[in-house]
Design a protein around this ligand. Structure first.
Ligand SMILES: Nc1ncnc2c1ncn2[C@@H]1O[C@H](COP(=O)(O)OP(=O)(O)O)[C@@H](O)[C@H]1O
Ligand SMILES: Cc1ncsc1CCOP(=O)(O)O
Ligand SMILES: [Mg+2]
Length: 258
């Protein structure tokens, strides 16, 4: 949906969040105009999925004992026709790959948002990483396209260059904002923004708008402040203040490439 529609409809975004960044994620969904809720209690899933417009599963601090519950959550969302976004934090670490494989075998994941190393894992391409961060270099367009073909999901690959691919259409946002990489959680936030924008229907266009929103807010914040602490607060303010017209101008003004 468009930014103005988010402000109108206030999509409810159910975040199965990691325990590192939930406050940041909830605030970003809130300032953009959506409505966040965090939960991880199985008994609550049917009610919460029914009420939600999107379900965002972040595997960043997943315990094995939560796997079956999370699969159930994704299945409930599938049955209710709600978009499911997966943020597969550090999925390339072998012990982290197994539960993600299990989830994807038993439920449909509509959109996968990860950094280049995480998406490269789905593509079957080698890409250096250190813990939660991508550290290597590679052809990120090709990696996103391959990952989309292999998973059937829309791929939202983030980094210096953002790439969105559904296996047919591949878009890139090529804008370097190093400060966006200085706060832990910007990736988690982006995944929740993607859920918010896809709350009324899953599309590459909605996914691109979410990524452009984050990038543009980052560009604006980095013009005003130069250090990580101020930046994270300025980023929240820029997300809050962002208008539909500014976003359209960014998207149509050469920020996005085929
Ligand atoms: N060097 C960079 N230049 C511009 N934007 C970046 C850069 N690194 C990360 N970002 C942005 O930061 C956000 C989080 O992406 P990323 O750091 O790849 O995720 P994660 O935190 O999951 O590793 C995205 O909006 C992405 O575009
Ligand atoms: C540090 C850390 N450890 C497990 S999840 C997590 C946060 C990851 O956040 P992001 O991928 O958005 O930087
Ligand atoms: Mg991440």
């Amino acid at each position: 949906m468009k930014l103005s529609e988010i402000k109108d409809k206030k999509p409810l975004v159910f975040n199965y969040a990691n325990y590192v960044t939930p406050q940041f994620v909830a605030n970003v969904v809130n300032v953009i105009g959506g409505s966040p809720i965090m939960a991880r209690e199985l008994e609550e899933f049917p009610d919460l999925v029914a009420a939600s417009d999107a379900v965002v599963i972040n595997s960043g601090t997943w315990r094995r004992s939560e796997l079956l519950e999370t699969i159930k959550l994704a299945q409930l969302a599938n049955q209710a026709g709600k978009v499911v976004v997966l943020d597969p934090v550090a999925v390339g670490i072998p012990s982290r790959s197994l539960p993600v494989v299990a989830l994807m075998a038993d439920a449909q994941i509509d959109i996968i948002r990860g950094n280049a190393a995480e998406i490269a894992w789905f593509a079957g391409v080698d890409f250096s990483s250190q813990g939660i961060d991508a550290t290597g270099n590679g052809d990120v367009r090709k990696i996103a396209l391959l990952a989309a073909e292999k998973t059937g999901a829309i791929i939202a690959l983030s980094g210096k260059q953002d790439v969105i691919s559904d296996g047919h259409t591949t878009l890139t946002i090529d804008v370097d904002v190093p400060l966006l990489a200085t706060n832990v959680g910007t990736g988690d936030v982006l995944s929740a923004l993607i859920g918010t924008y896809n709350g009324d229907g899953i599309s590459i266009e909605n996914t691109m708008r979410a990524m452009a929103t984050m990038k543009l807010a980052g560009v604006k914040a980095s013009k005003k402040v130069k250090t990580p602490g101020y930046f994270v607060n300025q980023l929240l303010d820029e997300l809050y203040l962002l208008s539909e017209n500014e976003l359209d101008a960014f998207i149509n003004g050469g920020g996005i490439h085929d």
